[in-house]
Design a protein around this ligand. Sequence first.
Ligand code: SF4
Length: 323
Amino acid sequence: MNLKNLNKILEKEPDFRKKQIEKLIYQKAIEDWNNATELPLNLRKELSEKTSLKIKAKLVKSKDAEKALIRLNDNYQTETVLMKHNKGNTVCVSSQVGCALGCKFCATAKIGLKRNLETEEILEQVLLFKRNYKIRNVVFMGMGEPFLNYENVLSVIKIINSKNAFNIGARRISISTAGIVEGIEKLSNEKLKINLAISLHAGNNKLRERLMPISKKYPLELVLKTVNTYIKKTKRKVMFEYALMKNVNDSLKDAKELSKIMNHPLYMVNLIKYNDTKEFKAPSKERIKEFKDFLKNQGINTTERYRFGRDIWAGCGQLCLKK
Ligand code: SF4
């Protein structure tokens, strides 16, 4: 897709035309300007010549998910996943090509950071699925750290939320961070009612630093202090994601440590059974139940995430441009 020339072309057009075009791209999700018969012929022609709506993507499907490998204009690729739930579909988008943060359990980390994605390149991930499905939720949990591409991610969120574009409610948009405190601070001033999630995965700094090297820069105390200020300002709940890995962070001792820091009524813990890799394995069902029950008995709001698309390398931590 290439909408870089769009604003220039629409400069001379009245406001209603700009809104009409926004609706055509994002709500009607047209794939070809020739289908926009409500536009004057000369404008349709100019748009066809100068702005492409074509998204180059390879799709891989499983029973509960679809993964798209999108080829960008400079030949880099990015990935996006559609998760099919009986309550509605969720698109999990990437904010960067690869990632610089090097989390040990994450396949994306092995690619390293290639570059940030442009606003349009993030939007086309949602648009690709919107062309065939009704989209209920959008989560920034794909490749990359969204707060290290803050401006582009925020402009995407505004378009996803806009009535003229995707019209998806703020409460149905979630952003997940490895704990970049500057990003959490900025978000707390945005007056957006979107959901914030923190990738936690450990209840102490030593283990977290081993799993997520970025915690050396942002230790737990600092992340939690910033989250508490965020909650004070926004009155919003915050989700802490905890991927359970066998013999790494899944013992009762780990659960106890976690329960000690999950000490705010607006904190929620979301447990994720890890998707096996060479280095890490998922714990048994029993072990997960024990961990979950312990947290629940401590009065901590705890849920367990259903795992979508594992068989097509579309699950949490599996995005690595593999077909
Ligand atoms: S888990 Fe997220 S932040 Fe960590 S390396 Fe993977 S994509 Fe980056």
